[in-house]
Write a protein that binds this ligand. Sequence first.
Ligand code: HEC
Length: 96
Amino acid sequence: MCFLFVMWMTASSARAAGGPVILPPGPAKTTIEAKCKQCHDLKKIVTQHQDAKWWANTLDKMVERGLEIEPEDQARVVKYLSKNFGPSSGSKKATH
Ligand code: HEC
């Protein structure tokens, strides 16, 4: 019973938020899941369709805001995001 209740709670809160965000597989996926969720929803990320320059600037902005990330992880995240959420990625990659 208890388990079912938890399942129900989880399902309904996910629905209220518009469903969980599923990132495409890639080397930076775990970094993003571990670091970016500390301040905001991943939806803020996956709804963007921007080039590498924009992502690099945005990551710098996040660092100014308090993101702690190794430079090589940051570079990997920029690469991953501009590949998966680049200007030509359309809306199909963003899980709504
Ligand atoms: C220390 C807190 C913090 C962390 C960690 C963080 N962000 Fe942010 N991020 C913010 C704030 C504050 C905003 C702007 C306010 C808002 O829209 O909620 C923001 C907004 C954004 C936006 C929207 C565009 C913009 O410039 O407003 C994107 C995209 C974004 N973050 C990406 C990321 C990514 C990718 C990561 C992980 C690598 C990350 N953020 C980690 C604080 C953070």
